[in-house]
Design a protein around this ligand. Structure first.
Ligand SMILES: [Zn+2]
Length: 268
């Protein structure tokens, strides 16, 4: 990624914060923000070993999906990353789907989405402000795990992401990073957060199931119009602990017509 592209992405992320009226250090609720930016945001616990999320354009609707089996701070990063794919890479005429099994930077699009997420969640000037006003410009050499946990709480990000970002911005050097990693291993981020009264929720999976009613209506309509088979309807409803008999459907006698790829099933 060259300097110009970096700046373009930074501006894009800054605009996104602006569109969501974020004046605080971090996002209080990235999921709500994602909706505000125009993305239908679906959260579902598909298992800690499953994929992390995807960005998708479907029938002119833009969808962000995140796996809520991940610990919350990682899920937050995941949503920021998918928003990045939407704003930087997807369009109706080109790529309409990017699915993330992991966030290793296997290609330029992944590098860019990670960079976008970092700029969105932890803008440089906000970190500098936090260090100045909240950490009182404390000497870097004397930072410990609690300082990282405080930053983590203010920005709603993971301990590891905080370290990665501080290193990328050259605020911390390798030696300090190593020390702070050890600090974390000794005490674990969760304990550090409880010591400072931070949100220990960040270290747990939320397992939230948030599927918009419009999506369910869309699945039911497709079933009623015979576009998807009953098993696909059942699978989709199962995501929110419902079954076909719980909803208003027109049952037909013909079984199992050709189905279009179901939104979630199609991602397996
Ligand atoms: Zn990605």
């Amino acid at each position: 990624m060259n300097k110009n592209r970096q700046i373009t992405i930074e501006i894009n992320a800054e605009n996104a914060r602006h569109e969501c009226n974020i004046t605080d250090y971090g996002f209080k609720d990235i999921f709500e923000a994602s909706e505000k930016l125009g993305y239908r945001t679906i959260r579902y616990p598909i298992g800690a070993e499953a994929f992390l999320g995807f960005a998708l354009i479907r029938d002119s609707e833009r969808i962000v999906f995140s796996n809520s089996s991940l610990i919350l701070s990682r899920e937050i990063f995941s949503v920021a990353h998918e928003i990045g794919h939407h704003r930087l890479h997807l369009n109706e005429q080109g790529i309409t789907l990017i699915k993330d099994d992991d966030f290793t930077e296997r290609d330029e699009l992944e590098v860019e989405a990670n960079y976008f997420a970092a700029c969105l969640l932890m803008p440089m000037e906000k970190i500098e402000k936090f260090i100045r006003l909240e950490l009182k410009d404390k000497d870097i050499a004397s930072w410990d795990g609690l300082d990282i946990a405080r930053i983590q709480t203010a920005f709603n990000v993971s301990y590891d992401m905080t370290l990665i970002r501080l290193k990328a911005l050259s605020i911390l050097n390798d030696a300090i990073i190593e020390k702070l990693k050890n600090d974390k291993i000794e005490k674990t981020a969760s304990k550090l957060l409880s010591v400072i009264g931070g949100s220990t929720k960040l270290c747990k999976a939320s397992e939230v199931k948030k599927v918009p009613t419009e999506y369910l209506e869309w699945v039911i309509t497709n079933y009623n119009e015979k576009l998807i088979p009953k098993k696909t309807l059942a699978a989709a409803l199962n995501y929110v602990d419902l079954c076909p008999s719980d909803v208003n459907i027109t049952d037909s006698l013909d079984e199992e017509e050709d189905s279009i790829d179901d939104l979630l099933r199609g991602m397996d």
